[in-house]
Design a protein around this ligand. Sequence first.
Ligand SMILES: NC(=O)c1ccc[n+]([C@@H]2O[C@H](COP(=O)([O-])OP(=O)(O)OC[C@H]3O[C@@H](n4cnc5c(N)ncnc54)[C@H](OP(=O)(O)O)[C@@H]3O)[C@@H](O)[C@H]2O)c1
Length: 296
Amino acid sequence: MSKRILLTGAKGQLGSEIRQRVAMMPLVYELISTDMDELNIADQDQVERALQAYQPDVIINAAAYTAVDKAESEPDIAFAVNAKGPENLAIAASSHKARLIHISTDYVFNGRHYEPWKINDPVEPINIYGESKLAGEQAIQRHCPEALVIRTAWVYSKYGHNFVKTMINLMNSRDELNVIYDQIGTPTHAGRLAEICLSAVDQPQFQGLYHWTDAGVASWYDFANAIYTLGSQLGLVHNTCQINAITTADYPTPAQRPNFSVMDCQQTRKDFGFARHWREQLHMMLQELQQEEVNA
Ligand SMILES: NC(=O)c1ccc[n+]([C@@H]2O[C@H](COP(=O)([O-])OP(=O)(O)OC[C@H]3O[C@@H](n4cnc5c(N)ncnc54)[C@H](OP(=O)(O)O)[C@@H]3O)[C@@H](O)[C@H]2O)c1
């Protein structure tokens, strides 16, 4: 019998990648896709009504408030979506005996040491977004400890807004770009993360905190250079653009960001399978964008 999945935040990067994959295996999963308009996760009554109406076997929470800088001036909204939302889902999942799969972030760490962050390393967010996501993790641990919480980082996809698409647009419209080189992390394609979420649907034995990113490490400057080189090869970037490495201090933003947020993903690789190097995933995503341009 196919598993019924209630997907929240279905129009976001991860939500869209999940929908794309489920559409290719309709007999395996019955997917109920919702975004803000159909199911506002910050509204406890709406969440409870949705669980009663759909009776899902699994909830995948891909909904979040992801505007890291804006969160500094909108903490109430960030906490409503990233903390109260997961709490509502955890309470409902627990009472309806549904499996909950939730996504968190590398920004729960302060980024002040230079070894990959382990699952049980101390958390200390340095911005409002990170604080709100940590509050979401903690609410889930309180109300639904058997849930799976996957921390990820630097997510991009052909869907939605992200660094890769912003860089391509800027590279095509400017001769020079400044990109930060002293923040290190791991670019992560939402597609492989979507596959991990779906493989977790049928593996309820995997519970608690996990870390998932693609393989390897990069600075934003390395990432931008790879986008430029591969994007030029594929004809997505058709301008000559010089990329300058700058420091975080040269580019002040409302939210502070961790300097080093590479995560140790060994357990996830062991339980859920391989990760491709971020550069290979980037190449695959750019090929998808190129294909869309050809088809347009
Ligand atoms: N993006 C990253 O670099 C990154 C890094 C680390 C972790 N993560 C985590 O990964 C997960 C997926 O991120 P993503 O990049 O796919 O996010 P995304 O593209 O921003 O998608 C989030 C979706 O949630 C929707 N949403 C916002 N508030 C909602 C609410 N109250 N109820 C229901 N839906 C709501 C958004 O709608 P609107 O667009 O209309 O607001 C959007 O469709 C999130 O948990 C995020 O925190 C992301």
